[in-house]
Structure formats: structure tokens, C-alpha cells
Design a protein around this ligand. Structure first.
Ligand code: NAP
Length: 240
């Protein structure tokens, strides 16, 4: 059995992935901000999920998490860098700051987590970064910082894959629309999101578990020959 870090484990895709890994018997270090959701996750995790309250906006909290877990969990077999935020939608020509929080959570936090975890990786460790279908479809102009940070995450994924020559694997998933709190917020509520999804090739978005299955596969040794890839998981959304 393996030990995985999952960020953004308190909701949506991260929660579904943590629960699936726990069901398979693995140990999960589950990160999130919401302590109540973290406690609920632990209760559903068959004794395999350990919640850590970490705000990825704060690099000091990330470092503290690694210090706190070094003795009890000295070896790490994989990471799902999943937590993400789309920030405040704004026209690109009107961006007044660099939307640091978006880049911090979506790019710099995964980067720091990988850096701090590397010395604890076991041979064959697998890292999956949650990107998006950026670069494959026209992205809403109001989400430029989100799209840019997710593109940067793809570059990071391929760079690390090349750097470690297969000793550790680095891949990205690029989900199409998924039925989660994040996408509901983006569309102005679940009803509007569901309505918009009528135009999806298959008429509806993914459930988080459909992405989690793919992530669990990429994290596992079954995917030992997949490295440096960005895998679109979108039910054909990018075809339409
Ligand atoms: N939903 C989609 O259609 C879609 C499509 C493509 C890619 N994605 C990507 O999938 C990932 C997961 O999103 P989701 O759709 O599953 O959304 P979600 O259900 O809203 O979950 C987002 C998770 O990220 C965590 N998070 C956000 N900001 C954080 C911060 N500063 N520090 C620590 N944790 C933070 C949240 O933690 P708390 O709740 O504890 O605050 C939550 O667990 C994101 O990276 C998103 O960009 C989503």
C-alpha cells in the first residue's frame, strides 16, 4: 500500500480521489482549508485519510505540513496537486494586479510541494497535476490568470518529467467541465451550470468520480509507461 498527498481534498475532484485511494487501502495525507469538511473526510476514509489544514496561499504553512509529517510519513509514493482557484473574473485589459493568489495556489504551491516532497519520494513515485483544457479550447477571456497558471502547470509537469528520466513520473490531467462547487461558482449557480452543460457533447458534465478514476490510474504502477503527458478527460467536450 502507498502513501499519497492530495491537495484540495475537501471538495470535488480532490475529495473523490482521496476517497477512492482510501478505498483501495492507501494512506492519504489530505490537504484543505475547511476543517469541518476535513473531519468529515477522515470519517469516510476507512481510517486511511489524515487531514491537514493548510492554506496553499501561505508557503510557510506548506513547509510546516512537510515538517509535521516527516517522522510519521517519511516516504511519499505520489502527489495529486489538485487544489485550484479561478480568482476574480476580469477582462484581461482590466487586470490591475497580477492575481497573485491564483498563481500562488495553482502554480507556486504545486511547485513548492514537489520541491519539498522530492527527497521523500520512493522510486517510481507518481505525481499528477490538475490542469484544465487550456490550450485545447478557447478559454474565457475573463479567466486569463486561471488559464495562464494552468498552462504553466503543464510546463512544470513536462519539465519535471524530463528532469527525472522516469525515476519519478509526472503527468497532468486536463478535465473538461466537472460538476463541483468551483464550476457552479463560475457559472453563477448549479442550475445555470447544468443548463450550460446541455451543450456538452454528451449533454452533461463529469461527476468528480469520473476524473478521480483516471487520477488513481495515473498515480498507480499500472500507468508506469505514462510520463510527461497531459491527458484530456472531457467526455468529448473539446470536440464540440
Ligand atoms: N470543476 C471543473 O469543471 C474543473 C475543470 C478543470 C479543472 N478543474 C480543476 O480541478 C481542481 C479541483 O477543483 P474542483 O472543481 O474539484 O473544485 P472544488 O470542489 O471547489 O474544490 C476545490 C478544492 O481546492 C481547495 N482550495 C482552494 N483554494 C485553496 C487554498 N488557498 N488552500 C488550500 N486549498 C484550497 C478547496 O479547499 P477548501 O474547500 O478546504 O477551501 C477545495 O478542496 C482545481 O484545480 C480546478 O482548477 C476543475
Amino acid at each position: 500500500m502507498k502513501t499519497y498527498i492530495v491537495t484540495g481534498a475537501t471538495g470535488g475532484i480532490g475529495e473523490a480521489t482521496a476517497l477512492q485511494l482510501a478505498k483501495e487501502g492507501h494512506t492519504i495525507l489530505a490537504l484543505g482549508r475547511n476543517r469541518d469538511k476535513g473531519s468529515a473526510l477522515e470519517q469516510h476514509g476507512q481510517g486511511n485519510i489524515h487531514f491537514f489544514q493548510v492554506d496553499l496561499v501561505n508557503p510557510v504553512e506548506i513547509k510546516q505540513f512537510f515538517d509535521d509529517t516527516a517522522t510519521e510519513f517519511p516516504k511519499i509514493d505520489g502527489i495529486f496537486n489538485n487544489a485550484g482557484t479561478f480568482g476574480k473574473p476580469v477582462a484581461p485589459e482590466r487586470i490591475t494586479d497580477l492575481q497573485q493568489e491564483v498563481f500562488q495556489v495553482n502554480y507556486h504551491a504545486p511547485e513548492q510541494i514537489i520541491q519539498l516532497a522530492v527527497k521523500r519520494f520512493t522510486n517510481g513515485a507518481s505525481i499528477v497535476n490538475n490542469s484544465a483544457i487550456v490550450g485545447h479550447v478557447k478559454f474565457p477571456a475573463m479567466l486569463l490568470p486561471y488559464a495562464s497558471s494552468k498552462s504553466a502547470l503543464l510546463t512544470l509537469t513536462k519539465t519535471y518529467a524530463a528532469r527525472f528520466h522516469g525515476k519519478y513520473r509526472f503527468n497532468a490531467v486536463c478535465p473538461g467541465p466537472v460538476d463541483t462547487a468551483l464550476s457552479h461558482a463560475l457559472y453563477g449557480g448549479k442550475d445555470k451550470f447544468d443548463l450550460a452543460m446541455k451543450h456538452h457533447l454528451r449533454g452533461k458534465a463529469a461527476q468528480p468520480e469520473e476524473i478521480a478514476e483516471v487520477v488513481c490510474f495515473l498515480l498507480s504502477d499500472k500507468a508506469s509507461y505514462i510520463n510527461g503527458q497531459s491527458l484530456i478527460v472531457d467526455g468529448g467536450y473539446t470536440l464540440s
